[in-house]
Structures are given as C-alpha cells and as structure tokens.
Design a protein. Structure first.
Length: 242
C-alpha cells in the first residue's frame, strides 16, 4: 500500500500540479518539492539508463566524481562498491528538496561526499580536475544545456570521462548509424515531457560526440510506469575528454 501511495503522490504532482516560478531554481523546486521523498521509487521504473550508465563509466582509485544534476544522489548508491575507492564525490543540484536527500548518501569508509546547492552550468567548486562527470536525466531539465556541457569540459582532466543518460529524440535526419525516430514519435515525446519542463533534444548526442571521444553509445526504449504500451526513447553515452 505504501508503494501505491507513493506512486499516487508522484502521479498527482506530474498530472495536476502546475509548475510555477520566476527562475529555473524556483520552477525546479515547485516541481520536485512535494515529491522529493517519493522520487527514487517511482523513477527507478522510468529512468532506465541510470544503472547501465553507472556500469559503463570508470571509477578510478583516488579519483574525483562530479554528478551534475544529482537529484537525490541515487547514482552514488547504484555505484556501490565500485565507487568505494574514489577520494571525492561531489553531488550538485539546484533543488534544495532533492539535495536534502543526497546529503545522507555515502559511508564512513568510502570517499568524501560533498553536496552543493549550485547551478550545473557554472559549477567549478572543486580543488582539482575531475576524473568523471555525469549527467543522469538532468541535461533535459537544464535550459542552457550547452553551458552545462561546457562546464563539464572545464571540470574534467584530459583523459577524464563524461557519462550521460537521458531521454531524447533523434534529429529529423539522423546521422548514419544512429536511430531515426519518426515525426509522430518525435512530436509526441517532446510535447509529453515538455509539460513538466523536460525538453527532449536531438542535438545532445551530436554535441557530446563533437566534444568527446566516444567510448560507448547505446540508443534504447524504456517502459513508462502505468502506460504499458508506451516506450520512451533514451540514450546512454560515455565519452573521454581528449
């Protein structure tokens, strides 16, 4: 019953709540403030790219990981033992309600975990270059996502990795070897997600591939909770800064 009640609270927020606010931070908090405690349970069945992303990226011994748009910090929990020998993990988000839950991640015998209430487009508050920067379903919620990718480039050391997973739609004319989504599919998913200020884009992968050496790329479709006939397109990308 508690799981159903949790889902009901999230669905009510998604379907009935009007997102308001004069700034991006205000709008994020308006959207997530009342569902932060139910965030992980519902989205574990929607954000299918998180686990494969964490499985694909490298966690270097003594390394620094910056998770931009970390939400509740669930990625650190998914990484588990693989992230144990990192020296630092920086969890960055602009929503105070989500970040409150991220503050409880980590353990005494693991890396130093720091949370930052900060904008992913300008965050640079680390003492050394990062070995890994991730965006997990956050690029589509960052209005100036170009700046967020540029911030990640500045954060990363040469040879460091970027890992990104998110919903997306293909370009109208996809590059050779890439998935081609039909016009109806592109229009439907862009409109469906935009109602919650999640803006799907055909240019994410193009920009990532332009600025990084591709290590891994997969394009997939994932189930949507309570909508059994729908499959939302998402990608998993890992690149290396050259």
């Amino acid at each position: 019953m508690s799981a159903w009640a949790s889902d009901l609270r999230v669905l009510r927020q998604l379907l009935l709540h009007r997102t308001t606010g004069n700034t991006h931070q205000d709008r994020l908090e308006s959207f997530y403030g009342k569902q932060a405690g139910d965030y992980d349970g519902f989205r574990s069945r929607l954000l299918h790219g998180r686990r494969p992303l964490i499985e694909k990226v490298e966690f270097e011994k003594g390394g620094v990981w910056v998770d931009l748009g970390c939400g509740t910090g669930e990625n650190l929990t998914l990484a588990g033992e693989r992230a144990r020998e990192l020296s630092e993990v920086h969890l960055v988000d602009l929503s105070p309600s989500l970040l409150k839950f991220a503050e409880h991640r980590g353990s005494q015998d693991g890396p130093v975990v720091k949370t930052h209430l900060a904008d992913a487009t300008t965050f640079q508050a680390i003492d050394r270059h990062a070995d890994l920067v991730t965006f997990s379903y956050s690029l589509t919620m960052i209005p100036d996502w170009f700046a967020a990718v540029e911030a990640a480039i500045k954060l990363l050391r040469p040879g460091g990795q970027i890992g990104v997973t998110d919903f997306y739609v293909s370009r109208k004319h996809a590059e050779k070897g890439m998935h081609q989504h039909g016009g109806l599919r592109r229009a439907f998913w862009q409109h469906w997600f935009a109602a919650d200020n999640v803006f799907l884009n055909g240019d994410h992968l193009a920009m990532l591939q332009r600025h990084f050496e591709t290590v891994h790329l997969s394009e997939n479709f994932g189930k949507v909770p309570y909508l059994p006939l729908l499959r939302a397109p998402y990608y998993v990308y890992v690149g290396r800064r050259v």
